[in-house]
Design a binder for this molecule. Structure first.
Ligand code: ZN
Length: 564
């Protein structure tokens, strides 16, 4: 069967309700652990079906936004997901309070119960109205940023259409593009401040109602973080500031020298080479053919994986009329199928889909046999290890995609993984300070942001006065939508760097460890996954320093004359 033939049937909510009630009832009256295990296995089939139909509907709705059938099915899910979430909440409570919990833990592992515990902490009926307000504010933020109509280059453009001008090789264009984009944010300054202020306050109110001191611990629980806290994260940020920021600064200095720019400004930071960014040398069919070749040479497992994706038509890659924007990787549990959605546009991002998104897909393909949906994916910081490491495992074949631009790709890929980390950490510390001090005024928030930028991104010099005030964070949607999520990308990166190093030392061993990590899916917590794979913990002193030095060594030995 190909993806097109995967049957969609709208979930029958009345039947689902009965199934949940029956199982919860069995849980309460069970005389043995086996009875509960049977009941849980029964409901997992129902859960798996609901999740599969939801994902199938969402993917088909994204592929063709003009298809009326999936549009109305999408509305069905939007309306009914909260009802389903309520059944899930009841089921979680039954599992958590089971008199046979020890037996269930033996059968399904501790992580399921750790996740349930974190999740139960995040909800009480008293907060429903506040949650609705939080959702409304999130939607307002998305709408506000989507409303941008920027007059530029004789056209009216939205924020993402302004993207290419930010990487123009013409410095004047970059400068005026930055000014035009920030003009939009300046016009809407009061609105952004107001939305953020309300978000901080409603989240703080929710946290207090749930018995937390402030939103920070709740934010961590929402992300399913079961084995680390904000003190450990603070120690990681300290390492980044001390051991990695100087390396990032060096990379920026080398770059501006290469570009021949005397007094680099913020709008110069997005370009890497005088000759432009590396470009893939072909269209979709060309790139997929190369990816197929690469994954067959990489390992037996990746070869099977890429054949499965191609044979079942689980890749929708090209931009098309009526197709939604963006890119993602989904999973359809009943068909044990990952799905990759993207919008190829001829840039380096096309190859990233075939390495990074394919890394996510390969992981979930490797853990597809778990019966419990919770175990298909790990928490976010662990998810990104698989994708970011795959970007590195792909290096020996990357010339197939980039040909004469290969050196530029290798250098800028690795350099970019380092320069990104201080920014990610800056975003994270900002949020901790905001939720520790929810009564801060908008101008105080901006001053905090600018101060943090100076510490973590000392090379960032603004010409634009509105940015100098401390407003760049308006552009970082995670700060508004999913608090404390952003640092996950940097934590994963530090782990992926370790696979980059291990792959040089011994490819067979590095690959074996990576594959086993993928097979674990979400059955373990972040730190337990690191332990399982022998990866060094980013929260522990010394981890960041070792990586920063190895990367710097590699970049220093790179022949810069090859990359102009
Ligand atoms: Zn990713």
């Amino acid at each position: 069967m190909t993806f097109k033939e995967y049957p969609y049937v709208r979930p029958d909510l009345e039947q689902i309700k009965k199934d949940y009630e029956e199982v919860i009832n069995t849980f309460q009256n069970a005389a043995s652990a086996d009875e509960q295990i049977d009941a849980f296995d029964r409901i997992n089939k129902v859960r798996s079906n609901f999740l599969t139909m939801q994902a199938l509907c969402s993917i088909r709705n994204h592929i063709d936004t003009t298809d009326e059938f999936y549009e109305s099915e999408q509305n069905f899910f939007n309306e009914n997901t909260p009802i389903y979430a309520n059944y899930e909440n009841q089921l979680s409570k039954s599992l958590y309070n089971s008199k046979f919990k020890d037996d269930l833990e033996k059968k399904y592992g501790k992580q399921l119960f750790a996740l349930i515990e974190a999740n139960l902490k995040t909800f009480k009926e008293e907060i429903i109205e506040d949650l609705q307000e939080e959702n409304k504010l999130n939607t307002e933020f998305v709408k506000l940023s989507a409303s941008a109509k920027i007059e530029f280059d004789g056209k009216t453009l939205n924020l993402s259409q302004m993207g290419p001008y930010a990487v123009s090789l013409d410095r004047d264009i970059r400068r005026s593009a930055e000014a035009a984009v920030m003009g939009f944010f300046e016009q809407n300054e009061a609105k952004y401040d107001d939305i953020y202020d309300k978000l901080v306050k409603v989240r703080t109110r929710i946290a207090k109602k749930l018995g937390f001191e402030n939103f920070i611990e709740l934010g961590y629980a929402r992300l399913g973080r079961t084995d680390y806290d904000h003190h450990m994260v603070a120690n990681y940020r300290k390492q980044v500031e001390r051991d990695l920021v100087p390396v990032a600064t060096r990379i920026h200095q080398d770059k501006t020298k290469r570009l021949g720019i005397e007094n680099p400004k913020s709008y110069d930071l997005n370009i890497s080479f005088k000759s432009g960014n590396p470009k893939p040398k072909g269209n979709r069919d060309f790139l997929v053919e190369k990816a197929k070749f690469m994954y067959h040479e990489m390992s037996k497992e990746t070869g099977e994986f890429i054949d499965f994706m191609i044979d079942h038509e689980l890749l929708d890659l090209e931009a098309k009329k009526g197709k939604a924007g963006g890119g993602f990787c989904h999973f359809l549990p009943e068909f044990k199928s990952p799905f990759i959605f993207s919008n190829f546009n001829g840039t380096q991002g096309d190859v990233d889909v075939l390495t990074h998104e394919a890394g996510h897909a390969f992981q979930v393909y490797s853990s597809r046999d778990y019966m419990i949906p919770e175990y298909h994916w790990p928490t976010y910081e662990a998810c990104e290890i698989h994708s970011m490491s795959m970007e590195f495992f792909a290096w020996p074949w990357i010339h197939l995609f980039f040909e004469e631009d290969t050196d530029k790709y290798i250098y800028s890929h690795l350099a970019g993984t380092i320069t990104f980390i201080p920014y990610g950490v800056c975003v994270d510390e900002f949020q901790h300070l905001m939720y520790e001090n929810p009564e801060m005024k908008p101008d105080e928030r901006k001053a905090v942001w600018r101060k943090l930028e100076k510490r973590y991104l000392p090379h960032k010099v603004y010409e634009n006065q509105f940015l100098e005030k401390g407003t760049f964070w308006y552009r970082q949607s995670h700060i508004f939508s999913v608090p404390f999520y952003y640092i996950d990308y940097t934590l994963a990166q530090v782990c992926a760097h370790q696979y980059w190093i291990r792959n040089y030392e011994n490819h067979e061993k590095a690959w074996e460890s990576y594959y086993k990590l993928c097979q674990q899916g979400g059955s373990k917590s972040f730190l337990n996954l690191l332990d399982f794979s022998g990866l060094k913990n980013p929260f522990v002193d010394g981890t960041v320093k070792e990586i920063a030095q190895k990367v710097l060594e590699f970049l220093d030995n790179f022949d810069q004359s090859k990359i102009v």
